[in-house]
Design a protein. Sequence first.
Length: 158
Amino acid sequence: MGEVKTRAVGLLIKDGKILLIHRTREGKEFWVFPGGGKEDDETVEEAVVREIEEESNIKCEIEKLLYIHKYSNLNHTQYFYLCKYISGVPKLGSFNEMQTMKDEDQTYKPKWVNIDKLSKILLYPLKIRDWIIKDYRTEFKDTPKTATLKSTDLRQEI
């Protein structure tokens, strides 16, 4: 079935805002959650903390697992953790600074976004965005949740 891919994702919420990455690629504008691949020598939780710091210069700690997003046609699983803000101001971490802004066709910028604006933005994966909108109101009481989808069935538009 191929190599197992694990993506570690942090949902960092502070003062009614969530930390997101604003992206443009090939003329398309969208948002993603900060996160990335888990390295062999770390846990998923350690990868979340490392990825948030690398991608946004924000220090955080794990609070709890919220969502597991599996792709049935790929050997790929994403783990979304609620994180607690410790310190920092969103900006590209020094790890990413050189590689992301050199390409004129791509941009990558970490920003705080009001949670009440999420329904109006293209934030991938949309299934997770929709869960956050609902679960934020109940302080993520009914979590963790799991979604299993084919990558070809992912919604691409709001």
